[in-house]
Design a binder for this molecule. Structure first.
Ligand code: MLC
Ligand code: AMP
Length: 516
């Protein structure tokens, strides 16, 4: 193993595999101050994409802990939920965020550790105190390794627990499917609290000892400039990012466009996923870069499931065939296999499939049928490849590649002083895939504008859960037993793009009065 190979490039610096090995062992040693093994203690960490992120993540694993990545964009109430729900006993954050995370950790009864302290522990300065520690615990593959929070059909996000074996199987599958090699150079601009960034990106690159260039956040110009260098071989992103890259290219002067496009052509693989790739985005990307994006389909519970081929035809609108090591079937409502050409729910089985929802045995049980995980996504097989048709649950929204639960947002909105009742839905949107939209009934004589609602919601919800559109209605559409009829809510937002003024929306044949 050549430890002098470059593992990570971040913040203008280059770090080798030896650097990563040393830094992660320092983190592990510092976490193991008083014990020999963290024995699956949850360690939540709040770390911008970069070398320290990778060092902390690996350090937690080497110490025998369960890594719980926190989302950089989340406001304190959401961070606190994850820290408490995971039962984290240690919270790690970079210095810039200690002001928020340290009190939050204290409130949850967890120890707080700053990244700098952890990485410095055992470094040149402190090594005089004794030799660097190497006696890290043995990590059996059945041990829990990571908890990633995902929204779903329950109101609050659930922790998806993966073991080391699950993660190993996920990575092995993708390294095989997409032929990762040590000569690859990945450009990573994804958030690192979801599997797309953690496994498809960072995990695969580090597993084959390739180089991973990490941007602190997605920035279209920064991505293009790295493409222009001609050094990047692999890129993976959500459709919204490709939309933004196309828009940035369209705005750029002719000579800049040429450089960007030429550089991008030298990549060997560009992928899209986490949400449906609009045909128009696929076509524009092909015109601009010559790449037919490889679209694949996956889920936090098992990482990737279906992928278009690396070699061979990538059919627009299709997500390909099962990735290595994953069994996939389509079933009807009763669990009977759907014949080819008939739509069915995607069910998945294999070593990559997660262990459990953290401390939610009932939800875990309900998510499986005869050992198969029920994704809730509906697809059809046509001429040997899968085409996604939609989701079973009306309450799951995908916006910018983030999955959000309408129920969670409704629960928060109902705590607003002016709101009597509300219904949150996803409304189709070219840039975001879907946008979060809220129809609200107000309390008597209360008023509420969209900016007021957003300002209030931002303090409580992640930015991508904050409603982008609001309609105030006299009465939400309800059925005979008074239950809100969700499919009749989305049309309220199609009625007009204008959020102001009294309008009428045709709600599934009934007229719902829209006040503004
Ligand atoms: C940001 N905003 C969003 C949003 N993200 N609104 C709706 N939906 C979203 N997803 C808001 C911001 O709060 C801001 O509001 C405004 O949009 C513009 O912000 P921005 O800074 O320009 O946007 P940005 O923060 O750059 O976010 C865009 C993005 C981000 C595409 C970079 O959405 C993103 O990183 N998406 C990737 C999600 C991901 O990795 N999913 C993988 C899940 S794993 P305001 O009001 O402040 O102006 C998975 C499995 C699989 O699904 O198959 O991969
Ligand atoms: P998450 O729970 O955040 O991992 O999101 C998983 C969900 O993203 C899946 O259940 C799908 O609904 C959606 N998804 C992932 N990839 C695609 C894709 N290529 N096309 C459409 N939807 C996708």
């Amino acid at each position: 193993m050549n430890g002098s190979r470059v593992a990570i490039v971040s913040s203008g610096r280059t770090y080798t595999y030896d650097d990563l090995e040393r830094a992660s062992s320092r983190v592990a040693a510092a976490l193991l101050q008083r014990v020999d093994d963290l024995h699956e203690a949850r360690v939540a960490f709040f770390e911008p994409p970069g070398f320290e992120y990778a060092a902390v993540h690996r350090g937690i694993w080497r110490a025998g802990g369960v890594a719980v990545p926190l989302a950089l964009s989340h406001p304190p109430p959401e961070l606190e939920y994850v820290v408490r729900d995971s039962g984290a006993s240690i919270v790690i954050a970079d210095a810039a965020s200690a002001g928020v995370l340290a009190p939050l950790a204290a409130g949850a009864g967890a120890r707080f550790a700053s990244t700098t302290e952890l990485i410095d522990a055992g470094s040149e300065r402190t090594r005089a105190a004794g030799p660097a520690r190497t006696d890290f615990p043995h990590l059996g593959s059945s041990r829990r390794a990571m908890i990633v929070y995902t929204s779903g059909t329950t109101a609050r996000p659930k922790g998806v627990v993966s073991t080391h074996a699950n993660i190993g199987a996920q990575i092995a599958s993708l390294v095989g499917a997409w032929e990762w090699t040590p000569t690859d150079r990945l450009l990573l601009a994804l958030p690192l609290h979801h599997l797309h960034g953690i496994i498809n990106g960072l995990g695969c690159a580090l597993a084959v000892r390739a180089t991973c260039e990490m941007l602190p956040a997605f920035d279209a110009t920064a991505v293009w400039e790295r493409f222009a260098s001609g050094a990047i071989t692999v890129f993976t992103a959500v459709p919204t990012m490709y939309q933004r890259l196309v828009a940035a290219w369209d705005r750029a002067p002719q000579d800049v466009r040429r450089q960007w496009s030429e550089g991008a052509r030298s990549a060997r693989l560009m992928m899209s996923g986490s949400a449906a790739l609009p045909l128009q985005a696929l076509e524009r990307w092909r015109e601009i870069t010559g790449h037919t994006l490889l679209e694949r389909y996956g889920m936090t519970e098992m990482c990737m499931v279906l992928s278009n081929p690396l070699h061979g035809e990538r059919r627009p609108g299709f997500v390909g065939t099962p990735v290595p090591g994953i069994d996939v079937r389509l079933v009807d409502e009763e669990g009977r296999t759907a014949p080819e050409g008939t739509p069915g729910e995607i069910e998945v089985r294999g070593a990559a499939v997660f262990l459990e929802y953290w401390r939610r045995p009932d939800e875990t049980r309900a998510a499986f049928r005869d050992g198969w995980f029920r994704t809730g996504d509906v697809a059809v097989v046509e001429r040997g490849a899968y085409r996604l048709l939609g989701r079973r649950a009306v309450d799951i929204i995908k916006t910018g590649g983030y999955k959000v639960s309408a129920l969670e947002i409704e629960d928060v909105l109902r705590t607003h002083d002016a709101i009597a009742e509300c219904a949150v839905v996803g409304v189709p949107d070219e840039e975001w895939g879907e946008r979060v939209a809220a129809a609200v009934e107000l309390k008597p004589s209360a008023t509420l504008s969209l900016p007021e609602l957003q300002e209030w919601a931002k303090r409580r919800l992640a930015p991508y859960k904050v409603p982008r559109a609001m309609r105030v209605v006299q009465a939400l559409p309800r059925n005979a037993v008074g239950k809100i009829v969700k499919p009749e809510v989305a049309p309220l937002f199609m009625a007009s793009d204008d959020a102001g003024g009294a309008q009428r929306g045709d709600v599934g044949g009934r007229q719902a009065k829209i006040l503004h």
